[in-house]
Write a protein that binds this ligand. Structure first.
Ligand SMILES: [Zn+2]
Ligand SMILES: [Zn+2]
Length: 94
């Protein structure tokens, strides 16, 4: 199905974007995080993830229009991010 293939490629695109954002944050904060615990860094990291997702979803709507399929896909992305951030908050290592 064309639509399904489309949303799969969108997920891959999002993961690529998220990974780059993550790598950027991690690379910058490893040195700082080594000695001390930084709540602030984690908040910043999570704010950046939400920002990345928001930009990604805006782009998707621009490119694909606001279909039910897309809303469904984006709902999943938001849930995935929430789950990821809950996990992160428990670890508290940023
Ligand atoms: Zn998406
Ligand atoms: Zn994260």
């Amino acid at each position: 199905m064309v639509v399904r293939r489309l949303s799969q490629s969108l997920i891959v695109a999002f993961l690529a974007v998220a990974f780059v954002a993550l790598a950027g944050v991690t690379g910058g904060s490893v040195a700082k995080a080594q000695g001390r615990f930084h709540d602030h860094n984690q908040n910043q990291h999570q704010r950046r993830e939400r920002e990345t997702l928001r930009r990604h979803q805006q782009r998707e709507r621009r490119l694909n229009g606001n279909s039910r399929e897309l809303r469904h896909h984006q709902q999943h992305e938001r849930e995935d991010l929430r789950r990821h951030q809950r996990f992160e908050s428990r670890r508290r290592r940023y």
